[in-house]
Structure formats: C-alpha cells, structure tokens
Design a binder for this molecule. Structure first.
Ligand SMILES: *Cc1c(COP(=O)(O)O)cnc(C)c1O
Length: 226
C-alpha cells in the first residue's frame, strides 16, 4: 500500500467513525481533497483510488493542473480567496466556489458563468470567529448576501463555509462550527455546510458538516510556500 493510499483510507475511516459517533450516515459527509501545492501526479494517484472531488486555492496553479488532468472526470472546487480578476476563470473552470464573501464577486461569477454549464455551486464564506485579518462575510451582512446570490440565475446557493481560528481543543472547535450551523438554520434551501480540515474534522462532523476539506491528512505535510 502506498502512503497516499494508507492516508486516504485512514481519512475515510475517520469520517465513518465521526459520523457513527453522532448518529449520521457516513454518506452524508463528502470528502473534498485539498490539493493545493500538490503536483498533478498526486491528484491523479488519489483519483485512481476513487477520490473525484478536489479543492484548490490558487488559480494559476489550479489551471495548470486542470490542463494536465483534463482526461479525468474531476469535480473541481475553488476554496481560496477570490479577487475580481479571478472570477472569469473560476466561473469557467470550476463546479463549486466555497469562498464567496461579497456581492460584487457573486455578480461577476454569475455574469461570467458560461450558459452551456450548469449553475456554479456557491458556498458563502462566513468569518465565524470575527477575525479582522480573515476573509468572510460577517454574520450581520450574511442575509443581504444570501438574498443577492439567490436572485442570480447562474449561481446555485448551496450553503455556508468557514475557516475558524486554529484551535486544538475539541469543545472550542465545536462551539465555532455550531455557530455556523445555527447561522444556516434560517435558510432551509441550503444543503451544504463546508467545514472541517485535517485537524478539526471530528468537531465539524459533529456540528453537521456535509463537506470536509482535507489536505495534509491525505497528501502529507505541504511543502512550505510562503
Ligand atoms: C489548505 C486548506 C484546507 C486543508 O487544510 P489541511 O489542514 O491541510 O487539511 C481546507 N480549506 C481551506 C480553505 C484551505 O485553504
């Protein structure tokens, strides 16, 4: 067994256990493999092990890998910060964008989504720990953003996403994630809670995560980029 195979199967087991632990079915949580900084060959290897959804943060890097892997039927998710000059490529080359946090970006993605593609699946990123330095809509601004995105025909609003403060305490992780789950409650049309990374996926699943975004636990430690 390769180390990738061992890590991927360990992550799948961890999801299985975490869902059992809180009485959820294991197929209620989708595994998104976060492949930023990983070479196309590693994505191909994970794909051959049955992983089909991949998340990328950096657009140019993602486009290069998409071209190298165009023979595979990968579902690409954009999960990094979105500046205006990136919206066209995201609208044209991804199935999901998890990190939409303002109206201007949503409108551009809607205008630039090609007619021949299904609506772009959208998660709104919420700044759940209210950190000045991080992207994400505040909880206060969220309802306005929801109303805007719901009115855009080439976007399909699926749910909320957050990157909470990094903590190693389970109860603190759970408290942040639960705030996000509660923020979604007024919107019965949403079906996606994009929360949980390598170090906090158990708490995320307990809070109701439907997509965990897992990088290092699958691919190993990332080389330091900076
Ligand atoms: C890098 C990243 C992840 C994955 O983080 P790991 O700790 O490697 O699992 C998930 N979500 C976002 C937005 C990321 O940037």
């Amino acid at each position: 067994m390769t180390s990738l195979e061992a890590r991927l199967s360990h992550v799948r087991q961890q999801i299985e256990k975490a869902t059992q632990h809180c009485g959820r079915s294991s197929n209620s949580v989708q595994l998104l493999a976060v492949s930023k900084t990983q070479p196309a060959a590693s994505i191909r290897a994970a794909y051959e092990l049955g992983q089909t959804a991949f998340g990328e943060n950096y657009l140019q890097e993602a486009r290069d890998k998409q071209q190298a892997l165009s023979d595979l039927d990968i579902e690409w998710h954009f999960i990094g910060p979105i500046q205006s000059n990136k919206t066209r490529d995201i609208a044209e080359h991804f199935a999901w964008a998890h990190s939409v946090d303002r109206i201007k970006i949503a409108k551009r993605l809607n205008e630039q989504r090609p007619d021949k593609l299904p609506p772009l699946n959208i998660c709104l990123q919420v700044n759940i720990d209210d950190e000045a330095s991080k992207s994400g809509s505040s909880l206060v601004e969220l309802s306005e953003l929801v109303d805007c995105v719901q009115a855009l025909p080439k976007l399909h609003l699926r749910g909320l996403m957050a990157i909470p403060l990094a903590r190693d305490n389970y109860r603190e992780q759970l408290a942040s994630f639960t705030r996000l789950a509660e923020a979604m409650r007024p919107y019965p049309g949403m079906d996606t809670l994009s929360i949980g990374m390598s170090s906090d996926m158990d708490a995320a699943i307990a809070a109701g995560s439907t997509i965990v975004r897992i990088g290092s636990a699958i691919f190993g430690k990332r080389p330091k980029t900076n």
